[in-house]
Design a protein around this ligand. Sequence first.
Ligand SMILES: [Zn+2]
Length: 339
Amino acid sequence: MQDKKSPKRNSHRLWKRMTLGGLIFCLCVAIGAIGQLALAKVLPHERSAAPTTTIKTETTKPGKGAQEPAPTTQTPPEQPSSEPKMPRPRPYLVANKHLTNLRSSNPATPIYDRYTLTERTEKGLPLALPYIEPYTEQKVAYLTFDDGPDLVNTPKILDILKEQDVPATFYVLGCRAQENPELIQRIFNEGHAIGNHSYDHNYDTLYSSPNDFLWQILYTDEILHGILGVRPLIVRAPGGTSSMFTDEYWTMLDENGYAIHDWNVCTNDATQEKPNAARQLEYVDVQTNCPKNGNAAIVLMHCTADKTETVKALPEIIRLLKQKGYTFGVITPMTPQPY
Ligand SMILES: [Zn+2]
């Protein structure tokens, strides 16, 4: 009998269960929606901050400068899995206000300044770099690529460096940074150092006077700061300081806090000879046998559109340097001078 009454009762029970289930379901949906709303409120801010949040502030033995606060490390926030992942910036060091933290324990950590020179001047902050003890603890090769970024060869070089897990330094031109800001961002994100190589590389205007040179450096700094939110402290003079600089240029750049590095190993890839990849490798081999380049081999290469042989030579150059016992670093104010 119970079975006969049961359909109605059962359907009543079923309805109750469905209602209860529906209520629980609605409650879950509501909680989920609130959670998502809260997340959405946080994430846009975090995402926009991501390129500049892997800031590793390291302290160093402060020379004569003021004691700075203890080191702090910020970790970039996780990105939601549903969205395409942006490359996570690799750690870099940001100069503190008084420029007393510019010596890192890792020669592969790029160093930047969050203030442009104009901002430092306006805030009354120091401009000139203090004495920084050069890094000589290990045998380090500093691969440097000048005159880019170039749309064709710079990405190929970046791909090789990524594959080999080797950092490098790109001395870029302001005019090319303006044309290819996404490449500047990629170089930065992939943990390489970006240096200032003037705005247009035009010797006539660049070397008219120290002030003309400085103007190009400042202008390029502003462009890079506009893209990255930081600017380099490292400069390479087009043509090299030995042939282009007088004492006035050195004084002016020292007073304004730039670290300038030429090179001591050269693939000659920008000379009339236009050496092929095998010849470039030979140049690196011979010049790294020179004892004075033993602990700091600063290798000059270029990444402009016609440097296909450089791209070809690069994997072998890296292999050779590894075989000779070099680790790889990026140019910073603590990089030893090449001669
Ligand atoms: Zn150049």
